[in-house]
Design a protein around this ligand. Structure first.
Ligand SMILES: [Zn+2]
Length: 309
């Protein structure tokens, strides 16, 4: 099976904990991902603004580490555009796409977005949980949505061929962003409010709005976002997927497992090696192979092909 996963925190976690990316005891590593036919992994770079002031130079520090792995690991490559992604998939590689989680590292300077692009960043989550110079996050509202700077960044990202990611955004930020968007938008790692009412999950009208842009929503494996205890297992994940399919159709569903960004996963899933548990469960629910392939990777690949060209 070909897999594309829209979000993990493994790069920052592996660098900070000195575990390496090739083989480690984290949720995700290149060795386990390479067991699948081909594997595209969005590698998010997250900087906790409560610990240090996020910066572009700190982002670059993590990118250099990923580039060093690319030089050493035979099966791993970083991709910046659709052509490189195609090469990775054809050659059955593990392919990293670099992302920034939270536009805090821009420090309100538009030139910093150009620097991120030049360094290879192709996806940016506008905010993390906190508000930043771009707008409000789902746990902190200071601006009343997206700021004028945030709107400028969204427009510039789309004109440059970067993917706008609305996971973690406050509701008003989300709608302001949709207003500015002309290209597919993703929620790389978010679940469904109608299934479980959590501030990190999306309302049905938000889901439909993302579908209208031809974007995708990556299902998040964090038990806290799936449901109350005893309902936050693989069956819980299936409820979120079922709801997305009902509200917006099969083309919107992707995987955004949030590996190494979360404290707990559903019981049967210990890391990237166990993704088949989810796909087999979908098959039991009579999802066709064609739809399972879309959810596993093809839908997200479609967005990469549309935007990263
Ligand atoms: Zn996140």
């Amino acid at each position: 099976m070909f897999i594309a996963d829209g979000h993990c925190d493994t790069l920052t976690e592996a660098v900070d904990k000195h575990t390496g990316l090739v083989k480690n005891v984290l949720h995700w590593d290149i060795s386990r991902a390479s067991e699948y036919d081909a594997f595209i992994q969005v590698l998010a770079i997250f900087q906790d603004s409560e610990k240090n002031k996020p910066s572009v130079s700190q982002t670059e520090y993590y990118i250099k580490k990923a580039e060093a792995v690319q030089k050493q690991a035979e099966k791993f490559m970083l991709a910046k555009d659709a052509e490189q992604i195609k090469k990775a998939v054809d050659e059955r590689m593990v392919c990293g796409i670099l992302a920034v989680e939270g536009g805090d590292c821009l420090n309100g300077d538009i030139d910093n977005l150009l620097k991120l692009y030049d360094m290879g960043i192709r996806i940016m989550t506008l905010t993390w949980n906190n508000a930043n110079e771009l707008g409000d996050g789902c746990y902190q509202t200071l601006h009343g949505g997206l700021t004028p700077f945030g709107r400028e960044i969204v427009r510039l990202m789309q004109s440059m061929g970067m993917i706008v990611d609305v996971s973690h955004a406050d509701e008003k930020t989300f709608w302001d962003c949709i207003e500015e968007c002309r290209e597919p938008v993703i929620a790389s790692h978010s679940n469904v409010r109608a299934v479980y009412d959590h501030p990190r999950n999306l309302y049905d009208d938000q889901i439909r709005a993302i579908a209208k842009t031809k974007g995708v929503i990556g299902i998040n494996f964090y038990t806290e976002f799936i449901g109350p205890s005893k309902m936050n297992d693989v069956d819980g994940l299936l409820r979120h997927i079922e709801h997305l399919c009902t509200v917006a159709g099969e083309d919107i569903v992707a995987i955004g497992a949030d590996f190494d960004g979360v404290e707990s996963l559903p019981e049967q899933i210990h890391g990237v090696q166990d993704l088949d548990v989810l796909f087999n469960s979908l098959a039991h629910l009579n999802y066709s192979d064609r739809v399972i392939r879309k959810i596993a990777g093809e839908n997200l690949l479609r967005v990469f092909n549309d935007v990263l060209c």
